[in-house]
Design a protein around this ligand. Sequence first.
Ligand code: F2R
Ligand code: MG
Ligand code: MG
Length: 311
Amino acid sequence: MIGSVDTARGLLLGLLAGDCFGAPFEGAATVGEAAVRTLEQTGEPLRYTDDSALAFAFAAHLAEHGEVRVDRLAREFADTWRAQPWRGYGAGAARLFARIAEGTPWEQAARDQFGGSGSYGNGAAMRVAPAALAARDLGHAAELARQSALPSHAHEDGTLGAVCQAGAAFLAAQQDPGIQLDTTEFLGALSETLASARWRDSLERAGTLLREEAGPERAARELGNGVAAPDSVPAAVYAFLREPDDLAACLRFAIRMAGDTDTIAAMAGALTGARCGPATLPVPWHARLEGAERAVELADRLAVTSSGGAR
Ligand code: F2R
Ligand code: MG
Ligand code: MG
């Protein structure tokens, strides 16, 4: 096990790095390895998107309260959007946060999304990983995830995406990076948190693909790579389980799955970062990633809160 500060720093920096490196490829039908390596080598500064903006807001919320206070969290998400609406939010999310900012109760705003079915987008999952740092156990991580999804993702699959990613982050944070990851055990424990045949089937498929050492293109075809939570959260878990010990390799794999690259890489990066700590981040990346100092500051506050020191 690594210490709680390193777990928190690794998780938030891994999420940020995945978002920053994945963003230039978001929406691409295919991504070649050479293109990702070129971006790694350019040394250009990289901007973060809505994934990190909302994950930072959620981390700050947990650092302050140690729990989810939904009314406040809804306002904080809406304020985060309103402060920087140009961070690559989708049209649905922008509409939702605008309504909440205008005073519509979050229950109604979230329920009204997409003709009343609620959102099944991956937005609740992409921001949820900090829940793993405030959770006492896997069940608590799932509960924090459910509560955090309430203001925006009323569709069951939007919520389950958050539950799956928070559970995966919790399990990744429990790992000793010196011991080889047991992927079967990991997927089994994660599957138990998901009361849905569709999600369990998807994780089972991920297990089969791992045994067959499927590469990013095949994994994306079979697990999905789209903006819907069921099409991207299992893909991120798969990228992590393929490369659990090396953040750069994990992000390369996730981005080569194409589609919703910033989000799949942000979710996968949070998992590898939580397992390995900040040492897995190549040193030159710290200066390139917009928001790296904010990620470290929030991680340190969260680590104190989760050890009971700040409440
Ligand atoms: N949306 C993007 N990127 C594309 C737009 C980029 C932007 N225009 C720019 O570059 O400036 N990225 C970010 O959005 C994803 C997270 O989405 P979130 O927060 O869940 O939003 P939303 O709008 O609720 O859902 C996303 C899409 O999913 C489809 N969808 C969801 N629920 C649906 C339902 N019940 N019925 C039909 N479709 C549904 C819609 O297409 C939504 O637009 C991340 O990728 C993040 O990076
Ligand atoms: Mg984004
Ligand atoms: Mg995205």
